[in-house]
Design a protein around this ligand. Structure first.
Ligand code: HEM
Length: 298
C-alpha cells in the first residue's frame, strides 16, 4: 500500500495556510532538492502539511520520474469569462486547529525555502460556520466519504506513482454584494442546492446553468468525481474561496472547468462565475509520502 500524504485527508481544520512558491530562475536541481528536503523535514506539532509540485519543478526534483498526465495549468474559457493560468512551482498547504502553530510552520518553511523559491501567493483560510462557503452555502456535501475519498483522489495501486494525487488550486474572488442582492430562491438556483440544508434541487426546477448542473459531469459514463478541500479565505476588503481539489485523473479538472466556463460544447456557463472570479490557476502533483521522502536523497 502506497501511503498518501496524510494531510490530504485530515478534515475539520479551523485554520489553513495556502502558500504558492515560484522557483528562482537559474537554481540547479541539486540545490532545489536539498533545500526542499530540509523544508519537508521541518516538524511542527499539530500541523497537517501537504506538499505538491508543478510539472516543471517536479521534473527537476523527481527521483522516480513524472506521472504521465502531469502538465502545467493552461487557461480555460473565452472572452471575459476565463479561468487564468498562473502556474507556480511549489504548493504548501498547512492546516489544523492551532493557528499559531500553522503560522510558525509557514514562516519556518518560507525561511528555509528562501534561497531557492519565492513566496508568490499566500491565502489564509478558515472554517466558516458549519463548513460553508462565504456565499452561505455548505461546500462539500457531494464529496466522497470513507474509502471512496482515496479511490477518487489517488493514483491507484499498481500504477506508477501510486498514492500520489493530481491537484487543482484556484483563488476565487467573490462579489458577495451582488450575490447577496439575490433572493434566497435565486441564490439556490445559482448553486443548485437549498441554502439552509444543502438539499439538491429537483430535476424539474434545477437550472441547466446552476453550479451543480455544470460541475456534475459524466464523460463516457464515468462521473468526474473530485475530492474537494476548498476553504474560504480573506477579510472584508477581499474574500472568496481557495478552491483545492484532489483527483486520480488530471483530465477531470479540465472537463469540469470546460463545462463551468462554457467551452464544453453546449455554450452554457456556470451562473456562479457571474458572482465569483478565479484569479489564479495551478496544477500540482502531490506525491505519496514515500516518494516525498525521497526528495533530495538521490
Ligand atoms: C467560487 C468557486 C466555487 C464555489 C463557491 C463552489 C461551491 C460549491 C457548492 C456550494 C457546492 C454544492 C455542495 C457540494 O456538493 O459540495 C459545490 C459542488 C461541487 N463543486 Fe463547486 N464551488 C466552486 C468552484 C468549483 C470548481 C472550480 C470546481 C471544479 C473544478 C467545482 C466542483 C464541484 C463539484 C464536482 C461539486 C459536486 C457536484 C455534484 O456532483 O453534485 N466547484 N460547489
Amino acid at each position: 500500500m502506497s501511503e498518501p500524504q496524510a494531510g490530504i485527508f485530515a478534515e475539520g481544520s479551523t485554520s489553513h495556510f495556502f502558500l504558492e512558491f515560484t522557483v528562482i530562475d537559474g537554481i540547479g536541481a541539486g540545490q532545489l532538492s536539498e533545500t526542499l528536503a530540509k523544508a519537508i523535514a521541518l516538524s511542527n506539532v499539530g500541523v497537517n502539511r501537504v506538499w505538491a509540485f508543478g510539472a516543471d519543478c517536479w521534473r527537476m526534483i523527481a527521483p522516480a520520474g513524472s506521472p504521465a498526465e502531469l502538465k502545467p495549468f493552461a487557461a480555460i474559457g473565452e472572452g471575459k469569462r476565463v479561468a487564468p493560468a498562473t502556474q507556480r512551482g511549489i504548493l504548501l498547504w498547512l492546516h489544523g486547529d492551532n493557528h499559531s502553530a500553522n503560522f510558525d510552520a509557514a514562516m519556518a518553511a518560507t525561511g528555509v525555502l528562501a534561497p531557492v523559491a519565492m513566496l508568490q501567493l499566500e491565502k489564509i483560510g478558515f472554517l466558516y460556520k458549519d463548513s460553508r462557503d462565504l456565499t452561505g452555502f455548505i461546500d462539500g456535501t457531494e464529496n466522497p466519504k470513507g474509502r471512496g475519498q482515496q479511490t477518487v483522489a489517488l493514483i491507484p495501486e499498481g500504477e506508477p506513482h501510486a498514492g500520489g494525487s493530481y491537484v487543482l488550486s484556484q483563488q476565487w474572488v467573490h462579489h458577495l454584494s451582488s450575490f447577496h442582492a439575490l433572493s434566497q430562491a435565486e441564490q439556490e438556483a445559482v448553486i443548485g442546492r437549498t441554502k439552509p440544508d444543502s438539499i439538491e434541487l429537483e430535476d424539474d426546477v434545477m437550472p441547466e446553468n446552476s453550479h451543480v448542473s455544470r460541475s456534475d459531469v459524466k464523460i463516457n459514463g464515468v462521473s468526474q468525481k473530485l475530492y474537494r478541500r476548498s476553504v474560504p479565505y480573506g477579510g472584508v476588503l477581499e474574500h472568496g474561496l481557495y478552491f483545492l481539489a484532489f483527483s486520480c485523473d488530471i483530465r477531470r479538472f479540465d472537463n469540469i472547468l470546460q463545462s463551468m466556463f462554457g467551452v464544453s460544447g453546449d455554450g452554457i456557463h456556470d451562473h456562479l462565475t457571474d458572482f465569483s472570479t478565479p484569479v489564479s490557476g495551478n496544477y500540482w502533483f502531490a506525491p505519496s509520502a514515500a516518494e516525498l521522502s525521497l526528495i533530495g536523497s538521490l
